[in-house]
Design a protein around this ligand. Structure first.
Ligand code: DQA
Length: 147
């Protein structure tokens, strides 16, 4: 469990590759999972990579992470900017979360500057596209002292 990380992706991220490539790049979610699995293999850790379009499923997945994962990387997509439920779930589970976004949410529309995840996350990585995922793996491993 100490070397198991959950990477959880929220709504519309299943469409990466065809979804607004000028914003999110040409990389598919399957490509990103492959990047993460390669990084995990290099570090000798286990990564569980998931995606859901449903807020309640994301909440359930965060709850289920207790006792199974030592850290979580969360790209909550648009729920970042709306979801008190995800914020409360993170506050309730005692598993450290790194907030991740492909795009720089601070350089886009005003509503994307507000994150309900940021106050309960250990830190935030945004703006590095798909490369942010392996960076986030390094960040969470450093945070939990396994880096
Ligand atoms: C995103 C940024 C969010 O504002 C947006 O709603 C997404 C993707 C990102 O990875 O850049 O769905 O989380």
């Amino acid at each position: 469990m100490t070397r198991s990380i959950l990477i959880l992706n929220g709504p519309n991220l299943n469409l990466l590759g065809t979804r607004q490539p000028e914003v999110y790049g040409p990389t598919t979610l399957a490509d990103i999972e492959a990047l993460c699995q390669a990084k995990a293999a290099a570090l000798g850790i286990h990564v569980d990579f998931r995606q859901s379009n449903h807020e309640g499923v994301l909440v359930d997945t965060l709850h289920d992470a207790r006792g199974k994962f030592s850290g979580i990387i969360l790209n909550a997509g648009a729920y970042t900017h709306t979801s008190v439920a995800l914020m409360d779930a993170i506050s309730s589970i005692m598993v450290p979360v790194v907030e991740l976004h492909l795009s720089n949410i601070h350089a886009r529309e005003e509503f994307r500057k507000k994150s309900y995840i940021a106050p309960v996350a250990v830190g935030q990585i945004c703006g590095f596209g798909a490369a942010g995922y392996p960076l986030a793996i390094e960040a969470i491993m450093a945070y939990i002292g396994e880096g």
